[in-house]
Each structure stands twice: as structure tokens, then as C-alpha cells.
Design a protein around this ligand. Structure first.
Ligand SMILES: Cc1cc2nc3c(=O)[nH]c(=O)nc-3n(C[C@H](O)[C@H](O)[C@H](O)COP(=O)(O)OP(=O)(O)OC[C@H]3O[C@@H](n4cnc5c(N)ncnc54)[C@H](O)[C@@H]3O)c2cc1C
Length: 283
């Protein structure tokens, strides 16, 4: 009969220590990989966020930066969702309206809203009165009425047609696409406004176009352009859509977000150009 040598206590201990170390390493790497920062929003309950910066970016639009509880906190906002904000109108009555943050969870410690203020607007009154140091009640995230369900690479290209403050959901989605190096989607944005001063987030949009020339293109259209304007003039036309949006195809989508009249006109143009309803989406 062969003699099978018994392992020594030192050998057994060595093996046990090795197994233990591997288990600890696996558990800690799982902990760090799976430990995504928790979002600060609650879809059921309004929570207060402090305004830390208010910047006027056009005659009637301001950019509001709110701080999150810690410099490492994230808002907890998936791309293509929005939040509800609660405030008081000029008569002290409570008012709740929807806003689309232009930041995502890649911006830590703060989030930003771009808000157009209308002279008679109830929530506009609240935002115009807000000063740095004030708090805003925010609830979310909320999904758009026709769910968008953005997934990286879900289409080959997006055409986006935005008017005025309708830029906010387009900006949020564009940021999500461009910040993800694995998402190869191409974005063609047509952005319409009245005057040059009305163009919102122009610096940020031009910055995207400079940094991602193969993935993002923007074409500005002004109904009252200044002299020596190289962008489009008048209203967004069928010809502009043909030149600056991807042509109809099953793997493209055209998104629109603007005032009701503009959305109606764009729907008519898109239908006439052969974009089927499944190729179109309105925020
Ligand atoms: C999902 C969603 C996301 C939104 N995201 C943003 C955003 O990121 N930024 C932003 O600025 N707005 C956004 N809005 C619009 C916002 O919710 C409010 O409707 C807007 O701020 C006006 O609210 P108010 O209470 O000041 O005006 P209200 O008191 O509701 O309206 C009073 C008057 O204001 C004028 N007015 C209001 N809205 C418009 C309009 N769209 N076009 C022309 N005149 C108008 C009209 O004269 C109206 O009679 C979003 C809306 C939705 C549905």
C-alpha cells in the first residue's frame, strides 16, 4: 500500500491564508465596484436644495446651480428624465412645475437648471425672486409622458430640433451620449431662437462641437439674426431639416422640443420629408 503523506499544519495554514486573502480581495473589489453613490432625489417627497449660483444667461433666462448635501453627492437623475420644483407665485400660492436639469450624475456635488422666466408666469415669479442661499423644493426623477428609455447606442443618429428653453432635454441627452465613450451615436442639433442673445448654453454647445466634431453638430437658426450671421435665418424650414438632420431611416430618431406652434410646424415638415411616426419623438 502506498503511503500518502499528511500535509503539515504549516501547509494547511498557508492554503487557508491564501483562500482567505483571495476572498477578501474579491469582496472588497465587489464592494468598491458596486458602490455607486446614492442619489439625493426622492420621487415621492420634495427635498430642499440650496441655490449656490444664479447666472443670467439671456434677457429672460437664468442658470441656477444648487448644491447637493456633500461635495461627492450625485443627484440620482437618469438621462432623459426631469424633476418637479415647488415654489410660490406672486400671491403666495403654491405652484409646482417641471424642469429638466442640464446636469447628470457625472456632475458631482451640484445640479443645474436653466429656466426661462415669463413676465406673467407663476413659477417664473418664484425663480426670479430666488437669491443665492435660498432653498428650492425638488422631487423626482420623473419620466416623460411618452417614455423615452434612453440606452447608449439605441440609434445610429439623433436629429434634434429645439426652440428656446426646449434645449434643456436635448442638452441633457447630448451630454449623456458624449460623456459615454462607448456610445457612438451621432447628434445633429438644430437650435432655433429669436435673437442671438436668446441662444441658451451656446458656449457649452460650441464646446461640445469642438471636443466631439465627429459626434456632435449644431446649426443655429435665428428669426431676427444680426448682420453678418452665418447660421440659419427665419423659421426652421424643410430644407434646413434636410441639410442638418439625418435622412429618414429605421435606425435614426428625430426629437423635437419647442413652443407648441413650432412643434406643430416641425411635425408637418418631418411628415412631408418621409419621417415615420416611429422615427419622431416630442418631449
Ligand atoms: C417635462 C418638462 C420639462 C420642462 N423643463 C423646463 C426647463 O428645463 N426649463 C424651463 O425654463 N422650462 C421647462 N419647462 C416648462 C416649465 O415647466 C413651466 O411651464 C414654465 O417655467 C412656465 O411656468 P410658469 O409657472 O412660470 O408659467 P405659467 O404660470 O404656467 O404660465 C403663465 C404664462 O406664462 C407664459 N408661458 C408659460 N409657459 C410658456 C411657454 N412654454 N411658451 C410661451 N409662453 C409661456 C404664458 O404667457 C402663460 O400664459 C418644462 C416643462 C415640462 C412639461
Amino acid at each position: 500500500m502506498d503511503f500518502i503523506p499528511m500535509p503539515s499544519t504549516a501547509d494547511v495554514l498557508g492554503v487557508l491564508i491564501a483562500i482567505f486573502s483571495v476572498a477578501i480581495a474579491a469582496a472588497s473589489s465587489y464592494y468598491f465596484v458596486s458602490r455607486k453613490p446614492k442619489g439625493c432625489l426622492d420621487p415621492q417627497k420634495f427635498k430642499e436644495f440650496k441655490l449656490i449660483k444664479k447666472t443670467q444667461i439671456s434677457p429672460d433666462v437664468a442658470r441656477f446651480r444648487f448644491s447637493l448635501p456633500t461635495p461627492k453627492s450625485v443627484l440620482g437623475l437618469p438621462a432623459v428624465t426631469y424633476v418637479l420644483c415647488r415654489g410660490k407665485d406672486s400671491e403666495g400660492q403654491e405652484v409646482i412645475r417641471s424642469y429638466t436639469p442640464i446636469t447628470l450624475d457625472s456632475q458631482v456635488g451640484y445640479f443645474e437648471l436653466v429656466v426661462k422666466m415669463y413676465p406673467e408666469g407663476r413659477m417664473s415669479h418664484h425663480f426670479s425672486e430666488m437669491r443665492e442661499g435660498d432653498y428650492l423644493a425638488v422631487k423626482g426623477p420623473q419620466a416623460f409622458k411618452v417614455p423615452f428609455n434612453y440606452k447608449p447606442g439605441q440609434v445610429r443618429a439623433f436629429g434634434m430640433i429645439a426652440g428656446g428653453s426646449g434645449i434643456t432635454p436635448m442638452f441633457q441627452l447630448t451630454r449623456a451620449i458624449l460623456e459615454n465613450p462607448k456610445d457612438k451615436t451621432i447628434v445633429h442639433l438644430i437650435y432655433a431662437n429669436t435673437t442671438f442673445e436668446d441662444i441658451l448654453l451656446k458656449e457649452d454647445l460650441d464646446d461640445f462641437a469642438r471636443k466631439f466634431p465627429d459626434r456632435f453638430k449644431v446649426y443655429y437658426v435665428l428669426s431676427k439674426p444680426p448682420e453678418a450671421w452665418t447660421g440659419g435665418g427665419g423659421h426652421v424650414s424643410k430644407e434646413m431639416i434636410q441639410s442638418h438632420c439625418p435622412p429618414p431611416a429605421p435606425d435614426i430618431r428625430i426629437l423635437r422640443c419647442g413652443p407648441p406652434g413650432m412643434n406643430e410646424a416641425m411635425t408637418a415638415h418631418l411628415n412631408a420629408l418621409g419621417y415615420t411616426s416611429s422615427m419622431q419623438y416630442e418631449f
